[in-house]
Design a protein around this ligand. Sequence first.
Ligand SMILES: Nc1ncnc2c1ncn2[C@@H]1O[C@H](COP(=O)(O)OP(=O)(O)OP(=O)(O)O)[C@@H](O)[C@H]1O
Ligand SMILES: [Mg+2]
Length: 160
Amino acid sequence: MLPTIAEQTLADQQATEHLAASLARIARRGDIFALEGDLGSGKTVFARAFIRARGCVDEDVPSPTFTLLQVYEPSLPDACPIYHFDLYRLDAPDDAWELDIEDAFASAICLIEWPDRLGPLLPAHALSVRLRPGTAAEQRRIQLAGTTAWRQRLQETGLA
Ligand SMILES: Nc1ncnc2c1ncn2[C@@H]1O[C@H](COP(=O)(O)OP(=O)(O)OP(=O)(O)O)[C@@H](O)[C@H]1O
Ligand SMILES: [Mg+2]
């Protein structure tokens, strides 16, 4: 398991959306956000706020529960695509090749729900975003874990 970089309590959904938007602002091509947590923990809420913060404000951001993948092409200058995966229904890691993961990892920003389904295909430089229940219904605990490069970036941008 990668070392924890930052951990905090999110009081409500708005707090989750705020943190997702902050990460969206520092994200760049090639970044992978591995969204971990049980059913209903807030992975799609996080992804939706992230995608909107990257400029996809007019679009619906449906959960890719059945499609496994939704691709967004933000209209901002220099913007790169966002690949939003929900791999809950992926039967085997190798099936992910059909979802264009090679291309996505190289030239997009990836948000991946249920990243454990990728097994060894999940790149080691992914930032792990772990959502857990808090002590109240609306509360979540969030943990960011990853490489030294991620630690540096998050510290430089005040997110750790
Ligand atoms: N602090 C919070 N952060 C995120 N979601 C919250 C929070 N408090 C309550 N919620 C609610 O929890 C639910 C999270 O649902 P969401 O679809 O994002 O879960 P998920 O992790 O994507 O689940 P799944 O594994 O089924 O895809 C939403 O109904 C949301 O309104
Ligand atoms: Mg979801």
